[in-house]
Design a protein around this ligand. Structure first.
Ligand code: HEM
Length: 593
């Protein structure tokens, strides 16, 4: 009877009701076709429950219905829905996924992901970096082999058994070291100063906006193109855009197709996607060839020079030298640096959009943001003081909420030791472990979602952007990012909650983002010793980008109803921070001062 209920909607109740021979034959055929899937699902579900209750050993496998394919199609084509459902089933128990011919281990938010970040010494990022280089950035097999050869880890001391490896071949270590050294301290200050100067001068001189209102088709494209140019100019130098004027257009076309590359869609099925990647790689190659022909990165007069226009940041010279010594081909170097440009821009720019959009959507927020921003302007230079911006409570809150709202970044590791244990579960050596920040960042039971409305629904559900979510206001016990157990705090009858905060309130607010408070629910930059090396740059760029945009222009959304409905574009989930799912037409004019 159960099976009949299942096949009826598929094969037509009328036919079955008639009781004809044809109908019965069809039912029998349908049962014969579906039975293996149903049985597979039942067996894998029972097994999952049994292993989960056992509480140790190899983590349970997520149930599936299709024998050989396992979870492949759900994971590849409905990642968000599938992982949400599976997390509901397993709670904080890590689980196995059968994707393609590989097994991966999904690490839930909370305690398990914190444990993963803590065990840096026993874990590596090698497999995921190789996958990204090969599938995303088009690295060829000979160059992938340079990566594969290195099992020495990314710490200064090589892993056991790798002590005698040629130090020049330790690509993971050099990359990790150079990124951390050149994206912090003095180098970060120099990078940021260039970003700020580039971006401020671009916005001051753009002919897309003047003293009269001009309509533009999309706020995101406007922001994206200026931020991208300023950021790439600061990192790779101004020659890049002189040599490749279409670099920005080609890059974002490439970025749009990222999910296609990650799904390993064959080239013949997605020729436009691969053509876009070919174009952006060709541009990077042109720049690389030019830089090599113009300036020897070993030139002793360049030592200590943070920036020159040919190679850009000192980091780029350091990378080129290490890549050459490791044995990468020119194409290999190009893929490496396309990866770096992508990491350096493709998350921070969408994250900036959500701050800007939400500020523009609310008069109250616009006023409060302008109040903070004005206090950070250095009148003498006409430029913003980055440290002052980073210290402003509301701006911090907007930045954090934006990452919570739009980031679907992945942290992946694999054990490099036998018998690796995570919260009591055994993960085999070399197995791929992964965790996506989105799920913890959207857990409705964890985050403060504001007051409970008379309808019983929260005022600021986790799938909406709430400017004050990360802020703790001393006179508002219902504030702060984590939902408190005292339900009465959030009921709308609680008269001491003022619906709208003021600039004065913001001065007293404290942004809360430390790991202990957020209990493994918020890791947009990953964590542990392999946390994103560009996180400081990202935060500073985002705040400067918003401040300069708000100070330079008056911007009005032409269709605020549609803009209010804009959500992260889930079609690209989980490739990183997601931009909006629609165009955001605006009118814009320069502020008169
Ligand atoms: C909002 C912006 C950003 C987000 C959300 C983000 C997120 C991440 C995440 C999740 C990782 C993996 C970390 C882990 O597995 O624990 C990562 C790695 C990385 N990020 Fe970022 N990132 C951002 C901005 C930047 C910027 C501005 C740069 C550089 C200019 C950058 C450069 C990198 C690099 C090079 C890696 C790989 C590190 C390695 O190989 O060890 N990121 N990022």
């Amino acid at each position: 009877m159960g099976l009949q209920l299942l096949v009826e909607p598929l094969f037509g109740g009328a036919l079955i009701g008639r009781g004809s021979w044809d109908g019965r034959l069809l039912i029998t055929a349908a049962i014969a076709v579906l039975l293996p899937f149903i049985l597979t699902y039942i067996v894998t579900s029972l097994n999952a429950s049994w292993v989960t209750n056992r509480g140790n050993g190899n983590p349970p496998a997520a149930p599936y219905a299709v024998p050989v394919l396992g979870n492949t199609s759900q994971f590849a084509y409905d990642t968000e829905g599938f992982i949400t459902r599976t997390l509901r089933r397993f709670g904080s128990v890590p689980f196995r996924l059968k994707v393609g011919l590989e097994t991966m281990y999904y690490i839930p938010y909370g305690e398990p992901v914190q444990a993963m970040f803590k065990h840096a010494r026993d874990l590596s990022m090698k497999p995921i970096i190789i996958v990204a280089m090969r599938d995303q950035f088009g690295m060829k097999p000979a160059d992938v082999a340079v990566y594969e050869r290195d099992g020495s880890g990314d710490m200064a001391k090589p892993l056991e058994g790798w002590e005698h490896m040629d130090p020049a071949h330790r690509v993971f270590y050099h990359q990790h070291h150079d990124l951390n050294a050149h994206l912090s301290g003095v180098a970060l200050g120099a990078l940021m100063a260039r970003f700020k100067a580039n971006y401020t001068s671009q916005l001051a001189t753009t002919d897309q906006a003047g003293e009269h209102w001009t309509e533009l088709p999309d706020l995101y494209s406007f922001l994206r193109d200026h931020m991208f140019r300023a950021s790439c100019g600061a990192l790779l130098g101004e020659r890049l855009f002189e040599l490749c004027p279409d670099f920005s257009r080609d890059f974002w076309e490439f970025d749009k197709h990222l999910i296609t590359y990650l799904r390993r869609t064959p080239r013949w099925m997605a020729p436009r996607a691969y053509a876009a990647r070919d174009r952006v790689l060709a541009s990077m190659k042109k720049w690389y060839t030019h830089a090599r022909s113009q300036l020897d990165y070993r030139d002793p007069t360049l030592a200590g020079v943070e920036y020159e226009p040919v190679w850009g940041a000192r980091l780029m010279r350091a990378r080129a030298e290490k890549f050459d010594k490791a044995g990468f081909s020119l194409d290999g170097c190009v893929s490496m640096d396309l990866g770096f440009v992508w990491a350096g821009t493709a998350n921070v720019i969408p994250a900036t959009l959500w701050v800007l959009l939400n500020v523009l959507l609310s008069e109250n927020l616009t006023g409060r943001v302008m109040a903070e921003v004005e206090e950070c302007l250095d009148e003498a230079t006409g430029l913003f003081d980055v440290a002052a911006l980073c210290g402003k409570p509301l701006l911090n809150g907007l930045y954090l909420e934006s990452l919570r709202y739009c980031a679907a970044t992945t942290s992946a590791r694999n054990p490099v030791v036998d018998n690796f244990k995570l919260c009591g579960w055994s993960i085999p050596r070399d197995a791929l472990m992964m965790s996506i920040v989105w799920f913890g960042a959207h857990d409705p039971n964890f985050w403060n979602a504001g007051r409970i409305l008379p309808s019983g629904k929260p005022e600021h559900p986790v799938d909406t952007y709430w400017a004050e979510r990360f802020l703790e206001y001393p006179d508002d016990p219902a504030s702060g990012p984590v939902r408190k157990p005292n339900h009465a705090l959030y009921t709308s009858s609680s008269s001491d909650i003022r619906p709208e905060k003021t600039a004065q309130d913001d001065k007293t607010a404290k942004p809360i983002s430390h790991t202990a408070a957020l209990q493994g629910h918020f890791y947009p930059y990953g964590g542990g010793s392999r946390i994103c090396p560009g996180r400081h740059l990202a935060k500073q760029e985002l705040l400067v980008a918003v401040a300069v945009m708000m100070r330079e222009f008056e911007i009005e959304l032409l269709d605020p109803v549609s803009a209010r409905r804009a959500r992260p574009d889930m079609r690209v989930f989980p490739t990183g921070a997601m931009g909006p799912d629609r165009k955001l037409p605006i009118r814009i004019r320069r502020r008169t001062r």
